[in-house]
Design a protein around this ligand. Structure first.
Ligand SMILES: *Cc1c(COP(=O)(O)O)cnc(C)c1O
Length: 366
């Protein structure tokens, strides 16, 4: 039995009829940018996250970048980010001219370690961007507390964690503002690029709403030098369809994750399983295991028809894009890039498929 890492066609099949209907509605409407569908999606996603505002943008990278810009962060400022994350978290900071200050994760969760954050704060620090990596909520309370004491902003990178809960509240409403991505492979994925900003901050909401649309709130009047980064009507209509099923799909992911957990327990100390922090409900964007024998395990699974991916094979400070800068020692990020392996995880998978993958993993270690 071949099991792909992720088959997006299979993932979208249950939504296909409703997506076609939504697309036809948009085609017939004659309105394709900033119309009723994007306004409705913004209302619905804000309500889903439990926040006052949602502003649709072109992608997740823009969402983070526009939040930083709207807070007036730029040249000469420092922003604390996790050493282990998708490169977009770092690029959002670099592209507004601020300095990336990487902080190592707690090796059990792979999320930013609040205990290390405070030591990285200087007089130039303006914000911290915790990432809910792999769909596991970061430990926000201690981060928010440190930020409050130092008078700096906290911005969630929620691109991998639509619907995840931390102490009963959803991601997107756990800090000053949050950036989401609707890239097709995310838990809430469009059929193209898309992103959103969520916040309870009225001023920030108004500022990013302007920035995403050429710095304009009244047509042809431009108050700031903005950008063009909008969530279009087609993607908004598709996302409205998929948002209705998001909780059910996330619950399914949780069932599959617990099937993996029990099936893989016999591997014992040879394989490190995901660690869920107290009072949190992850949404299992990825199911990531760890072993120093990662490359051999991946090759074996591939030979048996099981697709896997590595998130991420090259730590950001090792990327050519960041080669020109001097970085502190980041031994945890270095180790994770060599040990992490993402097993197949998608709502359409069956418990039997999970058992087949787990059996192949156990056989490798036996
Ligand atoms: C996907 C992702 C982004 C960027 O989203 P895009 O829509 O691809 O720009 C940012 N941060 C994290 C952690 C992501 O996984």
């Amino acid at each position: 039995m071949a099991i792909d890492f992720l088959d997006l066609k299979r993932a979208n099949e249950p939504h296909e009829a409703a997506i076609r209907e939504a697309m036809e509605r948009v085609v017939a409407s004659g309105r394709y940018i900033l119309g009723e569908e994007s306004a409705a999606f913004e209302r619905e996603f804000a309500e889903y996250c439990g926040v006052a505002h949602c502003i649709g943008v072109g992608n997740g990278l823009d969402a983070l970048q526009l939040i930083l810009r709207a807070y007036g962060i730029g040249n000469g400022d420092e922003v604390i980010v996790p050493s282990t994350t998708f490169i977009a978290t770092w690029l959002a900071v670099s592209q507004i001219g601020a300095r990336v200050v990487p902080v190592e994760p707690d090796p059990r969760t792979c999320n930013i370690d609040p205990a290390r954050v405070e030591a990285a704060i200087t007089s130039r620090t303006r914000a911290i961007i915790p990432v809910h990596l792999y769909g596991q909520p970061a430990d926000m309370e201690p981060v928010n507390e440190i930020a409050r004491r130092h008078g700096i902003r906290v911005i969630e990178d929620a691109a991998q964690a639509h619907g995840a809960r931390y102490r009963g509240r959803r991601t997107g409403g756990l800090a000053d503002a949050a950036g989401f991505s609707f890239y097709p492979g995310k838990n809430l994925g469009a059929l193209g690029d898309g992103g959103a900003i969520t916040t309870n901050d009225d001023q920030l909401a108004a500022a990013v709403r302007k920035l995403r649309n050429y710095g304009s709130s009244v047509k042809y009047r431009h108050e700031v030098a903005g950008v063009n980064s909008r969530l279009d009507e087609l993607q908004s209509a598709i996302l409205r369809v998929k948002l209705r099923q998001l909780d059910a799909e996330n619950e399914r992911r949780a069932e599959l994750a617990s099937a993996y957990m029990s099936a893989l327990t016999p591997a014992g100390a040879l394989l490190q399983l995901p660690h869920v922090i107290a009072e949190s409900a992850p949404v299992w964007h990825l199911f990531v295991v760890r072993t120093p024998n990662r490359n051999a395990l991946q090759a074996r699974l591939s030979a048996r028809g099981v697709g896997t991916l590595i998130h991420y094979p090259i730590a950001n400070h090792r990327q050519q894009a960041y080669a020109g800068e001097r970085w502190p020692d980041l031994p945890i990020a270095d180790r994770l890039q060599n040990e992490v392996l993402s097993l197949p995880m998608a709502p359409y998978l069956t418990i039997d498929e999970i058992r087949v993958v787990a059996a192949e993993v156990l056989e490798f270690f036996s």
